[in-house]
Design a protein around this ligand. Structure first.
Ligand code: NCD
Length: 307
């Protein structure tokens, strides 16, 4: 039963519960008109303490397409946060006005703290460099739709694997399905964190290895998950400038890839995928952004128990 639950971590839902969300998303994609009024009279609050385009807009579009309404802020300085209000007090107040909340915060664990004080479901819409479970729902729905399955995959994760929360959540989620293996491609300073390596991969006996050159591994991959270097998490601009263009996927490199390899990216892209790849049928990142709205529609409907 998903009604009334929070979504803070990609493993909060069982595989069966995830399947429930995905099959509802399938139904919505099939016939969105059927769902136009399922959230009539309900309110979603989007509490965004960090910038966002896709996550916030897709949450808001999702609620509007279900017939609900939205409140919130996209800039903490425009709210009482600028006066020093705590996350706990903000969520207690929002709980008086809204039925469900999505929160993005630069501090790891902030949405979890909020959930402890909340009388409405709280969804983690990205906390620092930690987790981003609804991006993962988006990624899983995309893979499931376009590849047809979530197991027996070789997934290459490329770019900023240290600060990139979408990769941490994706690895956490895909390591629950059978026979997936990972190849991590990053500059040494931006390697996948130890906790992902030890507590997720090694603990669950998941096959993985690291590579420094994309060309060396592209031919093995079913999915290439590209990420941008997370400038806002760097202490030092010089390090960012030195590392930002470490990997650029272009037409030349795509020659090494299988014909059915999928290129995914949570977006925004900076330089890491050349625009010429947008014409390549293997570039699936804008389809992915669209699936993000549908999966959030399904998630909101499930957590509100309207279906
Ligand atoms: C990602 C994020 O915010 O972590 N974006 C998103 O939600 N689609 C990735 C990023 O900002 O690089």
């Amino acid at each position: 039963m998903l009604k009334g639950r929070h979504l803070l971590d990609p493993r909060d839902f069982s595989l069966e519960e995830l399947e429930e969300v995905f099959s509802l998303a399938d139904e919505i994609i099939e016939d969105p008109k059927k769902f136009l009024h399922v959230c009539d009279g309900k309110i979603l609050a989007t509490l965004f303490y960090e910038p966002s385009t896709r996550t916030r807009c897709s949450f808001e579009a999702a609620m509007l397409r279900l017939g609900g309404s939205i409140i919130g802020f996209s800039e903490p300085n425009a709210s009482s946060v600028s006066k020093g209000e705590s996350v706990a007090d903000t969520i207690r107040t929002i709980g008086c006005y809204a039925d469900i909340a999505a929160m993005r915060h630069p501090k790891e664990g902030a949405p979890t703290i909020a959930s402890m004080y909340s009388n409405i479901p709280v969804i983690n819409a990205g906390d620092g460099s930690h987790q981003h479970p609804t991006q993962t729902l988006t990624d899983l729905l995309t893979i499931r739709k376009l590849k047809g399955h979530l197991s027996n995959l070789t997934i290459g994760c490329c770019g900023d694997l240290k600060f990139g929360r979408t990769v941490h959540s994706l690895v956490k989620a895909l390591s629950r399905y059978n026979n997936n293996k990972f190849i991590f491609i990053s500059p040494e300073e931006l390697n996948i964190p130890d906790y992902v390596r030890k507590e997720i991969l090694e603990k669950n006996n998941i096959e993985f290895r690291e590579a420094s050159k994309m060309e060396d591994v592209l031919g093995e991959l079913d999915i290439l998950y590209m990420t941008r270097v997370q400038r806002e998490r760097f202490f030092n601009e010089d390090d960012y400038v030195r590392l930002k263009d470490s990997y650029i996927l272009d037409k030349e490199k795509m020659k090494y890839a299988k014909d059915d390899m999928m290129v995914l990216h949570p977006l925004p892209r900076v330089n890491e995928i050349s625009y010429e790849i947008d014409e390549d049928p293997r570039g699936c990142y804008f389809k992915q952004a669209k699936f993000g709205m549908y999966v959030r529609m399904a998630l909101i409907a499930k957590l509100l128990g309207v279906r």
